[in-house]
Design a protein around this ligand. Structure first.
Ligand SMILES: Nc1ncnc2c1ncn2[C@@H]1O[C@H](COP(=O)(O)OP(=O)(O)OP(=O)(O)O)[C@@H](O)[C@H]1O
Length: 271
């Protein structure tokens, strides 16, 4: 592979994505430019339906742009990116496999020998706090435990790039806070780049180095980039009460609110 050490981990260049439809194509995002340096934690926010998942799917290589380019480490994306790790709101646990089997599954697909993959899976099960549940099946787990299993499943492959789409959206508030903290704990000190989609501004600010705001659709584009210069390592339970957190949150919300209202007005007009 080319030596692209200085290239951004992720770059979108004038990316436009239109979905075909019966009444004509729907342009979800238009001319999106975005560059994410290696090792950064970037949150993507915007009103509902603005195209956050669309952008993430394009970066994942699951959705080819109608025009423009997506580059990973300086190389154009052409097909699903197998070096990236994914975490979505819906986990992808296999119901017939145990926790250990689910965590080891990615390594199994890659042909890693049984002994090694089980050893590594056991280590990850322990790291996400599920020691003792190795032999449990997904239906025997709480939502938080399923999510921990999914986190281990993703991280065991040691991906350089993590693409997360509202990964904790379905969890109750308390479990969510614990999981967010644990995610930061895993990520801190690594060189991993994270693109994190959320519609929760609180979550976006507390986790990330930078928040990127997409405008209301159709034809959404990037309308704001906000550095989050809060110290690390962060304890999310503490950081949300810091004056600096409130300052950043308010600055972004002032702009996000306009986009949310634009979406609301548009939907009302269509109703
Ligand atoms: N496969 C598809 N075919 C047609 N339109 C689609 C398709 N997928 C998404 N869209 C439309 O594209 C727009 C962007 O959708 P997307 O899911 O990317 O937004 P989002 O910001 O992630 O939404 P949310 O915050 O509600 O999860 C929406 O209007 C959606 O209805």
């Amino acid at each position: 592979m080319a030596d692209n050490g200085s290239a951004p981990a992720v770059a979108l260049e004038a990316v436009t994505i239109a979905y075909p439809g019966a009444g004509g194509a729907y342009t979800a995002v238009s001319e999106v430019d975005l560059s994410v340096a290696r090792g950064r934690f970037v949150a993507l926010v915007g009103p509902t339906g603005c195209g956050k998942s669309t952008v993430l799917n394009a970066v994942a290589g699951l959705l080819p742009p109608s025009s423009g380019r997506v580059l990973i480490d300086g190389e154009p994306v052409s097909g699903p990116n197998r070096r990236a790790g994914y975490l979505f709101q819906q986990d992808a646990l296999l119901p017939w496999k145990t926790v250990l089997g689910n965590v080891a599954f990615g390594l199994e697909l890659r042909g890693v020998g049984k002994r090694e993959r089980l050893e590594r899976a056991r280590d990850w099960v322990r790291r996400v706090g599920l020691a003792g549940f190795e032999n449990a099946y997904p239906h025997q787990l709480s939502g938080g435990m399923r999510k921990r299993t999914a986190v281990a499943q993703t991280w065991i492959g040691d991906p350089e790039l993590l693409l997360m789409d509202e990964p904790f959206g379905a969890l109750d508030v308390q479990t969510r806070q614990v999981m967010e903290n644990e995610l930061l704990g895993l990520w801190t000190g690594t060189e991993k780049t994270v693109l994190f989609v959320t519609h929760d501004l609180d979550e976006a600010v507390s986790l990330s180095d930078e928040v990127v705001l997409l405008s209301a659709g159709p034809a959404s584009r990037v309308v704001g980039r906000y550095p989050v210069d809060l110290p690390r390592p962060r304890d999310l339970l503490d950081i949300r009460t810091e004056p600096a957190f409130t300052r950043i949150y308010r600055a972004i919300w002032a702009d996000l609110r306009d986009e949310v209202m634009a979406t609301y007005d548009r939907d009302r007009g269509e109703a």
